[in-house]
Write a protein that binds this ligand. Structure first.
Ligand code: FES
Length: 162
């Protein structure tokens, strides 16, 4: 299949990459661009490890073709930390503070799915958070701590602490 050059806007940076029409976004992000914070677990839309934000919405990059992502704003886990200081996003920090990162494989997807929810609804209920995370699987089964981390961030946000 004929390869072509496309431009991807990832974390506010434009990357020119040569892709074939069947290349998946997750593979291009990880292998060509080298942003390995995005994980590939199942590769078929079941685990949520490959979640990225596309125009602010949580999407599974293993189900997206790279060429279909051209012209959209893509954010990976690397893109939510402070790009100048390297300081973690307070939601990332909350995961660390609550011990919500075990093996860490699901964390980028968990954090980005939570972020997409909170950006849209800064005061989600516990049910809203559970619903937003239902497509993200944690093989360490650390769901309670993950929920606490997200709720703690929501609380800090509502108090204007972050
Ligand atoms: Fe995309 Fe599992 S790798 S959902």
């Amino acid at each position: 299949m004929k390869k072509q050059i496309i431009k991807l806007d990832i974390n506010n940076q434009i990357y020119e990459v040569m892709v074939s029409p069947t290349d998946l976004l997750v593979d291009v992000i990880r292998k060509q661009i080298g942003l390995t914070g995005t994980k590939k677990g199942c590769g078929q839309g079941d685990c949520g490890a490959c979640t990225v934000l596309i125009d602010g919405k949580a999407q599974l990059s293993c189900l997206m073709l790279a060429i279909a992502s051209e012209g959209k704003k893509i954010t990976t886990i690397e893109g939510i930390a402070n790009q100048e200081t390297g300081e973690l996003h307070p939601l990332q920090q909350s995961f660390l503070d609550h011990g919500a990162v075990q093996c860490g494989f699901c964390s980028p997807g968990m954090i980005l799915s939570s972020k997409a929810l909170i950006d849209e609804n800064p005061q989600p209920t516990e049910e809203d958070i559970k619903h937003a995370l239902e497509g993200n699987l944690c093989r360490c089964t650390g769901y309670v701590l993950i929920l606490e981390a997200v709720e703690s961030y929501v609380e800090a946000l509502s108090k204007g602490e972050v």
